[in-house]
Write a protein that binds this ligand. Sequence first.
Ligand code: ADP
Ligand code: MG
Length: 496
Amino acid sequence: MRLDGSLAEGVDPVSAMGDGAVQAAWQRVKRRLRAELGEDVFASWFARLELQDVEGGIARLTVPTRFLKSWIESHYLDRVLATFRSEADGIEGIAVGVRGASAPPRPAAPKAAAAPRPVPAMSAPALPEGGEAERGPRHAHPPASGEAGDLGGAPLDARLTFESFVVGRSNALAHAAAERVARTDGGPALYNPLYFHAGVGLGKTHLLHAIGHAVKMAGRRVTYLTADRFMYGFVNALKTQNALAFKERLRAIDLLILDDVQFIQGRSIQAEFGHTLNALIDAGRQVVVASDRPPAELESLDERVRSRLAGGLVVEIGTLDETLRAQILLSRLEAVRAAHPSFEVGPAVAEYVAKAITANGRDLEGAVNRLLAHATLTGAPVTLDTAETAIRDLVKNREPKRVKIEDIQKLVASRYNVSRSDILSERRTAAVVKPRQIAMYLSKVLTLRSLPEIGRRFGGRDHTTVLHAVRKIEKAIGEDTALCDEVELLKRMLQD
Ligand code: ADP
Ligand code: MG
């Protein structure tokens, strides 16, 4: 992150604040947006919004996709600007750009964040940060074919096939269901929709693409859409008053694959999503969906749409155990070796990497890319030492985020002078209920556990109880700054 003071003539109060202070202000902005808009809205639109720098009073923000950019610009620009202004002096405008895109962003939407000066072109950041960086090489591969069509469908990634998918205990059911659906030959759909859910990097997208390839090979029409693309295509279609044609085209396909449906938001789009789903399923067309949560937790969707999504087969993919990680790693290494024959990684190194990278398949892929970069840049063989250095940040970066529910319960209990067993108990006195709800809220916000799982860890409660607690605390935080600070403090204590 840089603040290019050299470009700012005269006194620039923001530059004068310094890089750290601006970033701190930005973190406060994000916290406020989260508290004010609620966890779901925040996670959908702002979690990946980053401050690149501030120049000439213009805060340059970045997101990973074009869609997020246009959505934030059309819905939240005023709000982000107002919040940022109240947290930092000298912010006059906001420009949103796409990380890793070489094109400069358009100036901020005129009505919203009208900047008094022209918005400077945003230079492409050196590297998109975090796990996203690892996706680069995948996109470098040629797409299998151009079935993108005019629905804004995305091409399938040639590497993500059933052949390259490693089956283990945590994904066996999902894999079996995927194969069944891929093998059906135009007869009535078996499980409709087939719905996968799992945390990030556990193979959802891989399975979706594998199904897509197999069904295409059988000569049937496949459309693969991410939620972004569904909404983008749809929004555009609406703008050009072409919605009917869009829907007709959607309905003229054999298999619709929808990835990351948790991002589908907006009333009219949700309604359209529901219609599309009904039309396809009623016509016996197969629909396959992936999300980071089960259908019941897609809170932004209408109840009927949720139950339609839950009405087929819902399969969770679990975390990758060490054996599975090692196998995925080995198959990845082998694939890379096909293109780089001199790239050698010994069994000890592979074992170390599979042990060290516990988070998900995306990080494993990242680790392989780093080892390869290291080997090709230095020309030296990959030793345990070099491997450790190459993947250090992948190991470290993930560490602070892994908060345990048990730790949350212990900390909250001690903070409110109750015992952990009080929190897990049936007792309903106010002295126990509030810390219990805060602990549930923190479990939802700080861990990747689903609501039912959190319920189980809180003395076998129902997921609706957890949901109620989360909503209640979210609301209370928005209204009560003392509580907001208190919860922030607890979060920081847990994450340090
Ligand atoms: P998700 O969509 O669930 O976030 P992806 O399907 O993008 O996850 O998987 C992340 C990375 O891990 C991809 O490179 C994918 O190929 C790899 N991966 C995940 N699970 C498996 C598996 N069972 N076998 C092989 N590769 C896997
Ligand atoms: Mg995915």
